[in-house]
Design a binder for this molecule. Sequence first.
Ligand code: F6P
Length: 539
Amino acid sequence: MSKLTQSPAWLALQAKAEELRPQRVVELFARDEDRPARFSRDAVGLHLDFSKQKIDAETVELLLRLVDQQHLVEWRHKLFSGEIVNTTEGRAAGHMALRAPETAVMPINGVNVVPVVHAELDRLNAFAARVRSGQWSGHSGKKITDVVNIGIGGSDLGPHMACVALDSFADGPHAHFVSNVDAAQLTALLEKLDPDTTLFIVTSKTFTTQETMANAHAARRWFLRSAPESAVPKHFVAVSTSRAEVAKFGIHAENTFGFWEWVGGRYSLWSAVGLPILIAIGPERFRQFLNGARAMDEHFRTAPWISNMPVLMAMLGVWNNNFLGCTTQCIAPYSQRLVHITAWLQQLEMESNGKGVDREGHKVDYATTPALWGDVGTNGQHAFFQMLHQGPAIHAVDFILPIQAEHDLADQHQMLIANCFAQSAAMMRGKTADEVREELIGRGLKGDALEAAIPHRVFTGDRPSNTLLLSTVDPYHLGALLALYEHRTFVQSVVWNINPFDQWGVELGKQLAQHVLMAMSGKDTPLDGSTRSLLKRIS
Ligand code: F6P
């Protein structure tokens, strides 16, 4: 048994879960009229309603006791003061420095990094402004119309998600994203592009990632079919922490934008990795994006636990996951603009907290990250919501809804809002057998047919959800929303005593892919029987 699961705060929460399990959330509402006010918070233009969670006031107190027991104050201090929190790689995690204003002081290993961050941001702003204005043109003098980001994981998911989210603010060249080593993605895109007006951004923290390098080389070959080698610098720039690897690829130092080893891949969209966003929306709006995240950093750093949105959200996640047995977390953004946020969150949360050993290397005996999944509303309602409403397992849901639409089809936005609120209400209240019976009798059903129909139409309800409202999907509020989830992930890692900043679990598959490739080219390499048989099948 781990220290955590034997700790007083943990045991008290277990007892609380036993007490609340038989109680329905609708009953808790009936007993406490102040519930919506008691269980909602505002921060940085976001409103979190968690009144539909299976909690009472004491649950929140106990969850915050667990936060204290796990030393969140100390860990937050370590994070913000640039200490080595990623112990297995000996690194700080300094993504908050990327959104700090010029006047701020954010030390990493004792050195204030804000000046270097801003020096690089100035270079990025100047480059983006030149591309946007046409001052930076293609080799034949034509203005850049299309920007293709080639990267994967954190070097793709963040900028891709943000470019789609902020598309209504975009007034620069079109942004495209290529990540998959399945060249179907790259080739389909290239067919539509004109090499003379296309700029490739090759984005990779390490600049050795197999998929990215393969796509970058293929893109260069495509480009050279219609342009001389000397034209490459006008059409290929790089974003990386490794200038040496970039130079090997042949991209000039002046066309290379850097970031630092203390920026984790999945926390990197605020750095040069955000260049596609910057080119699409321009420096001014990119600054607003950073400012929104910065405001959330300040909220997380200073607000007392009881009003601290990332802390409360994290602890509600822990409550559902570790005490009420929800093994998955569904993300349901009621916003087409946020269609890619789930993919970004999957990497953020599952690569960060999908760990089976604690900081000391001991196997954990409690659940860590839940599986995270989802899709936009209302689409999800016509696909997987059936399971959320009536499946035997209970899943936690985050509904995310912008209050203002950025289009003028107001009636459709009203429908979107109505559907979002209706789904969370249905998940909470459910529908009893008596209610179903009455409804069916009203429709003329009786006898055996009535009795047979009832169980299929019953909803148990009591399915927990958060509703997160943001005024609109604009740069500032998107920045705040993403930083909220980043800090939620960090808080959960502290509770679970795991390192959220490494990702050793991705290495084995990478190594084995090399072995399989070797075997495919006829080299003798040790492989298991199943893989050997699959290889035989395709040869
Ligand atoms: O394999 C996982 C990973 O290392 C992620 O953590 C990272 O975001 C992604 O690959 C891409 O890495 P890079 O930016 O170095 O190409």
